[in-house]
Every structure is written in C-alpha cells, then in structure tokens.
Design a protein around this ligand. Structure first.
Ligand code: SAH
Length: 572
C-alpha cells in the first residue's frame, strides 16, 4: 500500500466553506494531523480516522510525523485553517521532505488542497475591501525579524496596497499592531476604512468597520484579521468597498466625477495607463502621420516607460514632518551660508513619497458671467495651466473646458482664479449663460445674472441645465433657446421654460410669464431649480421634466409647435 500526503486548507471554519476536494481528502485519509482547535472544527467530517492533534508550537513535529506516517504507507491529512499555503503547513511539509531528499518521481505522493484564506473570508464578510492589488502581512515576529515586517508594512503603505494583517496580536505580542498603525498613518488618511474580523464563519464571529485612526480601540486578537483599505476604499451602508481602479476624472467641488460606462474604457480617461503613456509618447514623437512611419521604436518605448514611472510628488500637501524639518533646516542653513548635509536633504525628498494618484482634473473657465473677453494674461495663464499634457476645449456654451492630469487641482486653479477667471464644474451642473449686455451698456440685468450664478452656478443637477439671461428684448444671445430663459425688457423679466436645446426637433422655451418684477426673479428661479432637483429622474432634461409634471410654479406646460420630422439617431 502506497502512502499519500494531503496538506489541506479547510477554509475559515464552517462546513459550507470547505471545498469538495478537501472533504474527499479528509474522508480518504487514515490519519489526520493538526492543531487541536482545527481538528475540533472539522470533527463533524471524521469517521474512523486516527487523530494526531498537537499544540500550536509543535508544527515541525507535526510535519515530520506526517511525512513519517505517509512513508510508512498511510494516507495522511495535515490540516490548516484557511489555505494551507498561507502561513499554513504546506511549506513546512515540503521543507521536511526536501531535507530528506524527496522527489515527486520517487517519494511519497503529495497533494496540496487549496482553501479559502482569511483574506478572502474576512473580505467577503466586510463587503469588497480587496478588489484591487492587495497583500497579506503577518505581524508575527516569531519566525520573521520585526525589522523586515516593518519594512514590508512601510512598502505596502507607500504603494497603496490594500493590506490584510494576519496574526495581528496575541497575548504576548501587543506592540506590533500599534507600530503597524503608526507606519501606515504616514501614508494613509486617518479616515482610511479598516475592517476587523474575528472568527470569520465561526461561532464567535465578530465584524467591525472602523478607521485607521480608531482601529486600536477595538478588540484585536489571535483569531482576528485586520484589513486596511487603500486610498480609494470607502464605506457604504456598513460595507467596506474598494473600487476596481482609481477614480478617473474629477472636477471642481465634486470629489468624484463618475464616467458613463461607454467613457470608462477610453484611453484618455486613464492617463496613468501604459497605453496612454505610449500614445502620448507616439504623439509627441510624431506630430504628423508621415514622420511616425520613420520613428524609431526604441525611443517610443523609452519615453513610455519614463512616463509610466510614478514621479515622486513634491507639492506641499504630501510632505511629511521629516521633509518639513529637513527643508526648514536647509533654509536656515542657507540664510547663514552653511551647507546642509546633502544626504539629509536628498533622503528627505525621496523619503516617504505619499501615493497620490494622478487624475484628469476638469473644469469650465470663463472670463465672467457678463464679460466675454479674455485678457492676454488670462489666455497665457490658461495655456500654462494646461501645460504639455492638458487640453483646452472650446465649447458652444461661452466656456473653455480645461482638462489636465494632476494630483493637486489647487495648483492649477489658484493662478486662474487670481486673474479673475470664473471656474465652474462640468458635467450635469447648472450653468448661467448670460449675454454680454451690449458690452456692458445695457447693464441693468447684470446683477441678477450674477446673483443667479453665485447662488446656483455649478450646482449638481439631474441633467445639465442652462439658464440664459439676456439684457434686452433682442435676446441675441439666445436666452429663449436654453432650458430656462430670462429676457430683461422694460425693467422687468420675461420667463421662458423648457426649450428643447438639442436635436432636429429642437424648439424654444415656452413663454410662460412676462413682466416679472426684478426682485422676484431670483427666488422664483431658485424655487424652480429646487423642484427640478428634488423631483426629476436622473438624466431627465428640464423640458422633459416640465412636460411630465405638467406645471411648475403655476406655469402650465403646453405642447410646443414641433415640426413633424423623424428624430435622428446620434451620428446619423
Ligand atoms: N492559513 C490561514 C492563516 C493562518 S495564520 C489562512 O489562510 O487563513 C493565523 C491567522 O489567520 C490568524 O491570526 C488570523 O489573522 C487569520 N485567520 C485565520 N482564520 C481566521 C478566521 N476564521 N477569522 C479571522 N481571521 C482568521
């Protein structure tokens, strides 16, 4: 009879989470070898197997015993919780075999049976905290020097890995988790979500979602796994969730500018990707199609890899206290004409570069609500803001859209604001589109346009919404063609609601009121917008909303004169 050695991971500890193969292997075995608690966890699966259960510290003894019994012709199952290859018995069993000169061709048969490791079971209980690049770090310095563990925590923190801490604390080892928290706080916000799971899928299961700052205020022990989120992990409805990638775009005031599904996969929305980097490189190396044919390949690859390498960030927001101190020292020394130890300064600059993903920042720029003229200085500042990697898009809405990859939007926006430019978010937001009031000559309505912009401009809407404000009855800037139109005439406002602004069946807004007193106009618009925001469906344009609800502020919707014409499919 030939022996066999199974090394089995039986998962977190519940029967439902033991794999079929693991059950079969346990049933097939003559002898089960494992830590007492583990044997107890699978006792329900056992029939007449002989059990060799020993204490925790006798792992080597257990592995040796297992090999000895298998070589004597027995089928032996060595059991580990979770996966046997993750801080389990699999490696140790192989080490014992290697020591004896075992080979798979001649030695006893070995089968490693995979199981659900704590990172998976605890992750599932917490929601979806893993999702993206993650690592496991055991805080047990029983077999690994603490300096090495600390280095790994540091590296994982720096590289923005989601981290699952195994063996986080025992009765004797209490400092390691404190130290781990301290290291990670150098790279991650104190608000970073942290999940603490004790005894996943076992009797005394306990789940806590807390933060990096607060994590030590909770019970953490031998049966606990601590999962630390990355810079984009968030908590929603008691679940810890890490998005699959990094946020692709953001605009003023809103933290997140979600892209529509068809936009998500475009290379230009993923400026950090290698593909985007190569495209940039190709575009830069080959401004026209003909020269791209003769462009040497090597150069492209070089530029691409350069761009794909994360550059250490030097903006103030990412400096550590150590950097500040080194810079201060350097400044003091410089003022006294003393040279600063170069290693100190250079190590300060490369020291702890906090991971800040670079994203495309996007905002709309205009010279004013009424003013339509950019100064040369503003134009130059805009060009500078866009830099080499950004772009400026001219739109039909009295705005230029600035898009630029950056991890620090303040750096981009501050100089533009200082020059008096108005910056507003883009996307489904409210925009005030005023005329130029005959170059400021017909200025009576300007304060109202500005007040509406101040109060509502840039606010998120169910769908993009434009309010046109024109300063005289000529309405040459087309206020009546906007979702909401205001035309100032003889000291009062006429109101137009629900233009269909695009498409071949576009039509003007319904003239719903004439001669509204100026002091009533801003509150009236605020009430209309408030209702639209509260009651419109997501993506419902204002004219559709008006038609659906039939009445807004007492103004009743009527069928506009729409020409009988087939609506065109986009792109036709
Ligand atoms: N081989 C196991 C890990 C063994 S090391 C696996 O793959 O999961 C022991 C550590 O694993 C514990 O300190 C704890 O951090 C983690 N662990 C194992 N089972 C767990 C469970 N059911 N719930 C929470 N953590 C668990």
């Amino acid at each position: 009879m030939s022996g066999k050695l199974f090394v089995i991971g039986f998962g977190p500890g519940s029967f439902e989470h033991i794999t079929k193969r693991a059950r079969e292997a346990i049933e097939e075995s003559d002898i089960i070898i494992g830590y007492t608690t583990y044997v107890d966890l699978i006792r329900g699966l056992l029939t007449d197997q002989e059990i060799v259960s020993t204490g925790m510290t006798e792992e080597v003894t257990r592995a040796r015993e297992a090999v000895r019994q298998a070589e004597a012709g027995k089928k032996v199952a060595v059991i580990s919780s979770g996966d046997a290859g993750v801080y389990g018995m699999a490696g140790l069993v192989y080490e014992v075999l290697v020591e004896k000169g075992w080979t798979s061709a001649e030695g006893v048969e070995v089968e490693i049976v995979p199981g659900i490791s704590a990172i998976n079971s605890c992750g599932a209980l917490l929601g979806a905290p893993i999702m993206h690049d993650a690592c496991t770090i055991s805080l047990s310095d029983h077999l690994t020097p603490w300096e090495l563990i600390a280095k790994r925590i540091d590296a994982a923190g720096m590289a923005d890995f989601v981290i699952a801490l195994y063996n986080p604390r025992s009765g004797r080892r209490t400092r390691q988790i404190v130290e781990a928290q301290r290291i990670l706080l150098q790279y991650r916000s104190p608000d970073t979500p942290v999940g603490i799971v004790k005894s996943a899928y076992r009797e005394r299961e306990h789940i806590v979602i807390t933060t990096l700052a607060e994590m030590l205020n909770h019970d953490i022990g031998m049966l606990t796994t601590v999962i630390i989120g990355n810079s984009s992990t968030f908590v929603y409805d008691g679940k810890m969730i890490t998005p699959r990638g990094y946020q692709r775009k953001y605009t003023l005031a809103t933290d997140e500018q979600s892209l529509k599904p068809h936009q998500r996969l475009r290379v230009e929305n993923e400026p950090w990707s290698l593909e985007a980097a190569s495209q940039n490189a190709v575009e830069q190396a080959a401004p026209d199609a003909t020269s791209s044919l003769v462009e040497p390949q090597v150069e492209k690859a070089d530029t691409a890899s350069l761009r794909a390498t994360p550059q250490p960030k030097e903006e103030t927001g990412t400096l550590t206290p150590f950097d500040w101190a080194a810079q201060a020292l350097q400044a003091v020394n410089e003022s006294r004409g003393i040279e600063t130890d170069a290693s100190l300064v250079s190590s300060s600059q490369s020291h702890r570069p906090v991971f800040v993903p670079e994203m495309i920042f996007e905002c709309a720029v205009s010279p004013g609500v009424a003013n339509k003229k950019f100064t040369p200085a503003q134009m130059m500042a805009l060009a500078q803001a866009a830099g080499e990697k950004g772009e400026l898009e001219y739109t039909p809405h009295h705005q230029i859209i600035l898009r630029v990859p950056t991890s620090n939007p303040e750096e981009v926006t501050a100089p533009l604001r200082n020059l008096g430019l108005i910056l507003t978010p883009v996307g489904d937001v409210l925009q005030v589109k005023a005329c130029d009031f005959c170059d400021g000559e017909k200025k009576d309505a300007i304060p109202y346009a500005e007040e509406i912009h101040r109060k509502l401009g840039g606010q998120e809407m169910p769908k993009e919404l434009k309010i046109g404000v024109n300063g005289c009855g000529m309405a040459c800037y087309g206020a009546v063609q906007e979702d909401i139109g205001l035309v100032f005439r003889k000291g009062r406002f006429d109101l137009f609601l629900g233009a269909k602004t695009v498409g071949r069946t576009a039509h003007s807004g319904l003239p719903v009121a004439e001669g509204i007193e100026p002091e009533d106009i801003v509150p009236l618009i605020e009430r209309i917008i408030d209702r639209y925001k509260r009651e419109a469906f997501p993506n419902e344009r204002f004219h559709k909303f008006f038609q659906r609800v039939g009445e807004i502020e007492g103004y009743v919707w009527r069928e506009p004169a729409i020409p009988k014409i087939e609506n065109a499919v986009c792109g036709d």
